[in-house]
Design a protein around this ligand. Structure first.
Ligand code: FA5
Length: 509
């Protein structure tokens, strides 16, 4: 185990461990860099990875470091301005204020500050426009003040750590920091590397430093000499940063997978618009004008535009006949007076079956068409209901198409997505026979309805002049996505929960 760890160490890591072994298990990185002839950056980077393997401990101390600024250096060399006045006073004892600059060789801008410090240090007093040396001043002529001593020291050693300073340094620093721009204060980090118990055990086993191959040359590969080189072992179980590659949203992924299935089954793709006339959404599908699904509480009616143009007069009249008396279908129709104004109303489509109706008005069988799109219903939101969701709609029309073909297509479709569905007899105004496809939800111990299907009724087909049987289906996509993603609530698909999205597989089974 420990040998494995040694084998996986880089050359630099081994060098740092070796150095620490020889330095009594602890050292500064600078010292290690020196004895191993390494770059300090290489030492620090190796130290970082050794610390992450718990082989060494990196201790960090942040210290304040002081040094002289340019002005500070000048004063250290030539003396502080108040010292220069004191030296002039030493001979004269009294100097008129106005002559101070000249007598001490100071720039006029320095004089005021210098007098301030002269008085503060009690080296002189001001007496009727004259500056007079004090006894304290006289005794200070040959004795440096703490700030001057610190200036001298800094001139000599260039920088000093403020950590645990001597009384003299701290006194001097307190005075000098009151003056602008004499002292620079910086923070400096100091590191100490120390072997941990694990690190010590490792070096006791013995670390051998051998040149390791990092990049193979063309030559080494060609001649086979790579076989005799030393390599560093890799830990394939090492922790690695998690990566979250960009991917399609799972709902969109499901839509794309559904499209691929139908395209591969030879269906043509069609599209409709989400703003539809009640005519195509309901009337053309033989849905009576007083049908419950048309009520305001189930369907979104649009204010602007309130009405939509209807198709040819001929088709509208045939649909009206089918509703009123069955037209030429042999049916009695619904037996009420059909209102064109109701059919003109614009709605947000409540299902994608309107795309199938439009497609049949424009194409002659044989045909296979599918369409994916959003639909809208005034629904109360629940774990399986949304007011806005997607459906995939499809029709297959040909002379020999039967209800059994329809069941076969649906079975095959769900099977391709990995589901086994059961069929239950159902009712839709526009189909006969009609079914619903369902799948079992073990968690909720209930069957969930995935889609509706059936054979379009003559009352739908005759006005559209379709003479072959038409198998039709409309399937919910969000409910399918729920099952595929194993989520218990349909709302999750619209939540933008980044944590959940990140951990989904890039490709769904
Ligand atoms: C229809 O929409 C029919 N037009 C389907 C059809 C087409 C039948 C062609 C015959 C021929 P239904 O209202 O049952 O049927 O909706 C179909 C599917 O849409 C449902 O099985 C369900 O999976 C999904 N669905 C319905 N309402 C919602 C909702 N509020 N939220 C999420 N999914 C829904």
């Amino acid at each position: 185990m420990l040998q494995n760890i040694i084998d996986e160490l880089t050359l630099y890591e081994k060098m740092v461990l070796k150095a620490l072994e020889s330095l009594n298990y602890e050292s500064s990185p600078e010292k290690i860099a020196e004895i191993q002839n390494m770059d300090i950056k290489a030492v620090m980077s190796a130290a970082g990875s050794l610390a992450s393997k718990d082989l060494i401990e990196v201790q960090k101390d942040v210290d304040e470091v002081i040094s002289l600024s340019n002005t500070g250096k000048e004063y250290a060399e030539e003396g502080l301005p108040e010292r220069r006045i004191l030296m002039a006073l030493k001979d004269e004892e009294v100097i008129p204020m106005k002559d101070l600059g000249t007598a001490a060789g100071l720039h006029p801008s320095e004089v005021k500050v210098a007098i301030g410090w002269l008085l503060k240090k009690k080296w002189a007093v001001i007496d009727k426009g004259n500056v007079r040396i004090t006894e304290e001043g006289k005794s200070s002529v040959s004795k440096e003040h703490s700030d001057e001593l610190l200036l001298d020291k800094l001139l000599e050693v260039q920088k000093l750590l403020l950590f645990n300073p001597s009384k003299l340094i701290s006194e001097g620093f307190n005075l000098l920091k009151k003056r602008k721009g004499l002292i620079d204060v910086k923070k400096e980090s100091k590191y100490n590397l120390k072997l941990t118990e694990n690190g010590k055990q490792l070096v006791e086993i013995g670390i051998e430093i051998k040149e390791q191959a990092t990049q193979l040359t063309h030559e080494q590969l060609k001649t086979g000499s790579w076989k005799n080189l030393e390599y560093r072992s890799y830990d394939v179980h090492a922790e690695h940063p998690e990566t979250f590659p960009g991917k399609m949203h799972p709902l969109q992924r499901t839509i794309e997978d559904i499209r691929q299935i139908f395209l591969k089954m030879g269906f043509t793709e069609s599209q409709g618009s989400i703003l539809e006339s009640a005519f195509w959404n309901f009337d053309c599908l033989f849905q009576p004008q007083d049908h419950a699904a048309r009520e305001m509480q189930d369907t979104f009616y649009i204010k602007e535009p309130k009405y939509v143009n209807l198709p040819s007069k001929e088709l509208v009249e045939k649909v009206a006949d089918a509703h009123e008396n069955g037209g030429y279908t042999g049916s009695e129709g619904w037996g009420y007076s059909w209102d064109v104004e109701v059919a003109k109303q614009s709605v947000l489509r409540t299902h994608t079956t309107c795309v199938s109706a439009r497609f049949l008005a424009e194409h002659k069988p044989p045909l296979k068409m599918f369409s994916v799109g959003r639909v809208f219903r005034r629904e109360t939101i629940t774990y399986k209901h949304l007011p806005e969701f997607h459906q995939v709609e499809g029709i297959v029309a040909a002379d020999d198409i039967t209800f059994r073909n329809l069941l076969g297509i649906l079975k095959e479709f769900y099977h391709k997505l990995g589901f086994e569905v059961r069929f239950r007899p159902a009712y839709f105004p526009y189909t006969y026979l009609s079914v619903e496809c369902e799948i079992y939800l073990p968690d909720k111990q209930t069957w969930i309805e995935l889609g509706g299907a059936g054979m379009f009724r003559p009352e739908v087909l005759e006005p559209l002049r379709i003479e072959t049987p038409v198998a039709a289906f409309g399937l919910g996509i969000e409910r399918l996505a729920m099952l595929r993603l194993d989520i218990k609530d349909i709302r999750m698909l619209y939540k933008s929960d980044i944590g959940w999205l990140r951990h989904l597989p890039v490709k769904m089974e």
